[in-house]
Design a protein around this ligand. Structure first.
Ligand code: MN
Length: 731
């Protein structure tokens, strides 16, 4: 084996190589390793402990002479990573894989070499992890999506690859201090965006919270400092309330002869922060909520304990959730309730069994952590595999990374509703899911053939958003086909990818015929017959829309890529009005609307990159709104008034956008902000400043090119120390 004396880009924490002190440094480390081996011998067979020691020696030689940026010998890193996984009682192969996870990356150890010494599985694990290491996450969405795809591919082969990668990230985050500010921020953002959600989806609660808190600390150092100080001092005041409440709960449970352990529960910092931001609460309002956990011995006791506590303190209506009957997607089970506490403060209580508690804590890793014959643990493991498999299938269908990422985000940030089939089966769907989503989740064929829906025995539109407890009955017809318009409201990845898949593979001929019928209809409304359209009009249309042929235009209409109304207007336009065409370079910005007058709604001020919809105004053309413009409201569901449109890729004209900014009231701050905006290549169209005390609120109207440009400007502004808060205004 040769040791490479250079640094590869995949290892950001590897600083430099020295040579002489290496072995001495390594010897100093032995106690750490001793502890690790002691820990694992509690649950591994002696020969596996021996193999882990051999892996340590192997890694020690491979990394000898290498140092982390902190100055520590590099080997400290794999040892720490392995210890994190030993804490989850992962099996010997995973631990050996963790110990060796960086050896192929920065030394010249080969996969074959690892395979011959530690077996093929370990070699595959190491290979999987180092492939993940080589993924460079970039801000560009395409690149990020592609990286995500690769990670999932690796994970779907063996979920242990991801567990090693997560432990690797945890240790790197714990030691992030040594990096420069820019790197700290980038790594923390990536952790928050990508690794923390994966840890959550896999149910690794402790790792998830640690990753979030560490990211928070490096992304917003000041807010983190303030919050952690405040929580510490609040803890003292809370102690009395916590202990009195716990005593009362213990007494009540005992009187009802329920064997239970009551624990006080602390929120982690990032969740406090999120709550403050999302629910617009002050720090003390968030902290005023007390958390308790009640662990009982079996499922019936959960409900008994719930009853007992509801007689002790009144429950707050609408807050009860039964995750025992309906577990979360990551396998989490518990009863949740919120009570009016003894001091007038709300108390959040989670009630669960010992087994549920294990899964709540370690998720997919509980499979190894509690190697019991417990059905629910193996079941969870099987389900995780199923989830990964379904992602892979989706990937095969979409082929497009960005589209895939869009799908995946739905899966990684679950917020679910539960509905019933006519037979009483429970289906979990993401919040916002519609009847069409439901149809596809039952079966692809049901989705493809659905024509109507009955929700709670009443006929409703297919785009109706489902609510918890709805009974949903889909009505199908054998001749029915997916409608392109569904893409505007479906939310689940399964529905979306199936509709797109269907539309894509729909016979070209079939769509051409459909397109011809649609165009004929649209022309009839303008008192023109398709056969009367002049060749010159067709040629002009082809030239300006860069479609290949008439057949292509018709097929596009049939596939929903072009709008029949728009094409019809275009074709029906008399020849003499052709001089009034937009000159090249002027603003034809919305694809599919050529020739129609376009205005941009002043309420939401859409900019290129925003998802948009167009409101058809009689004799006025189209008014473009953002997809989420609050002013659209109910009329959005009327398909005759709205068109789906998208931005043209080649837009050069600047767009107005409004932002609101809160800054500390210090001298020269406006100048700084204005300079930053100019620096980012934007113009200030209008500014309005309102001072109040030590803070100033500024309203800007800026000219930007697109969403990414706006994001860059906002990022730049956030870097100004005086800027406290900043957001875009819509509606
Ligand atoms: Mn590493």
């Amino acid at each position: 084996m040769q040791i490479a004396g250079f640094r590869l880009p995949g290892l950001p924490f590897l600083a430099k190589t020295r040579s002489a002190e290496a072995d001495a440094q390594r010897a100093a480390l032995d106690p750490e390793v001793g502890e690790l081996l002691g820990e694992v011998s509690a649950y591994l067979r002696p020969d596996d402990v021996e193999r882990l020691r051999a892996a340590y020696d192997f890694a020690g030689v491979a990394h000898s002479g290498q140092f982390r940026i902190s100055g520590e010998p590099y080997i400290t890193h794999p040892v720490a990573v392995t210890r994190i996984l030993a804490g989850l009682h992962l099996d010997a192969q995973a631990l050996i894989g963790a110990m060796l996870h960086d050896v192929t990356e920065d030394t010249r150890v080969t996969k074959t070499e690892i395979a011959s010494q530690f077996g093929k599985t370990v070699a595959d694990l190491v290979d999987g992890v180092s492939k993940l290491d080589r993924i460079e996450f970039q801000s560009q969405e395409e690149a990020q999506a592609e990286s995500f795809r690769k990670m999932l591919l690796a994970m779907s082969r063996d979920v242990r690859v991801m567990l090693i990668k997560l432990a690797d990230r945890v240790h790197n985050m714990r030691t992030l201090d040594v990096m420069n500010a820019e790197k700290r921020r980038r790594i923390a953002q990536e952790t928050l965006d990508i690794y923390a959600p994966i840890a959550n989806r896999l149910g690794l609660h402790a790792l998830y919270q640690e990753l979030q808190d560490l990211s928070f600390r490096y992304l917003y150092p000041n807010r983190y400092k303030v919050l952690s100080k405040a929580t510490k001092s609040a803890r003292g005041n809370r102690r009395e309330v916590v202990s009195k409440t716990r005593d009362a709960m213990n007494k009540q449970l005992k009187e009802h002869r329920i064997e239970a352990e009551v624990q006080g529960r602390e929120k982690h910092l990032y969740s406090i922060y999120r709550k403050m931001i999302e629910k617009q609460l002050t720090f003390s309002e968030v902290l005023d909520i007390y958390g308790f956990r009640v662990i009982v011995k079996d499922v019936p006791s959960c409900y008994l304990a719930l009853g007992a506590l509801h007689t002790l303190y009144k429950p707050i209506p609408g807050k009860f959730k039964d995750y025992i009957a309906i577990p979360k997607a990551n396998g989490y089970q518990s009863l949740h309730t919120t009570l009016f506490g003894p001091f007038g403060t709300p108390i959040e209580v989670q009630i669960r069994t010992e087994d549920m508690h294990k899964i709540a804590d370690a998720g997919v890793a509980s499979h190894w952590l509690y190697k019991s014959s417990d059905e629910s643990l193996t079941e969870l493991h099987r389900k995780t595999h199923q989830w990964l498999q379904s992602l892979m299938e989706m990937l095969a269908k979409t082929g497009d990374s960005v589209e895939f990422l869009e799908h995946l985000k739905v899966d990684l940030f679950p917020d679910e509703v539960y509905v019933f089939t006519p037979k009483g089966k429970i289906m979990a769907l993401p919040r916002g899911a519609t009847a069409v989503d439901f149809a596809y989740s039952v079966h692809t064929d049901i989705g493809n053939r659905c024509v109507a829906v009955k929700i709670n025995y009443e006929l409703m539109p297919l785009r109706t958003e489902l609510r918890n407890g709805d009974r949903v009955e889909i009505i199908t017809a054998s001749h029915a086909k997916p409608n392109p318009a569904w893409l505007t409201f479906v939310t689940t990845s399964k529905a979306r990818s199936n509709i797109r898949h269907y539309l894509r593979t729909m016979q070209y001929d079939e769509s051409r015929q459909l397109g011809e019928r649609l165009l004929d209809q649209a022309l009839a409304a303008l008192n023109v017959r398709l056969s009367d359209v002049q060749d010159a009009s067709w040629e002009r249309l082809l030239k300006e829309t860069s479609a290949k042929s008439r057949q292509q235009v018709l097929a596009d209409i049939g596939l929903g890529k072009r709008l029949s109304v728009v094409v019809a207007r275009r074709l029906a336009q008399p020849q003499e009005s052709q001089q009034a065409e937009p000159k090249p370079g002027s603003a034809i910005v919305i694809r599919g609307t050529e020739g129609m007058a376009i205005q941009f709604a002043r309420c939401c001020r859409p900019i290129p990159g925003d998802p948009i919809v167009a409101l058809i105004k009689k004799d006025q053309g189209l008014v473009i709104h953002t997809h989420d413009c609050p002013l659209i409201g109910k009329t959005r569901t009327d398909p005759d008034k709205w068109l789906d449109v998208e931005w043209d890729t080649a837009i050069t004209k600047p767009f107005d956008v409004s932002i609101r900014l809160l800054a500390a009231n210090q001298q020269g701050v406006l100048a700084k902000i204005a300079a930053e905006i100019a620096e980012q290549g934007s113009n200030i169209e209008h500014v309005n400043v309102e001072g109040s005390g030590d803070h100033t609120t500024m309203h800007f109207t800026l000219q930007v090119r697109h969403r990414v440009h706006l994001a860059e400007i906002m990022r730049g502004l956030r870097r100004i120390p005086e800027v406290v808060r900043i957001h875009r205004l819509k509606g």
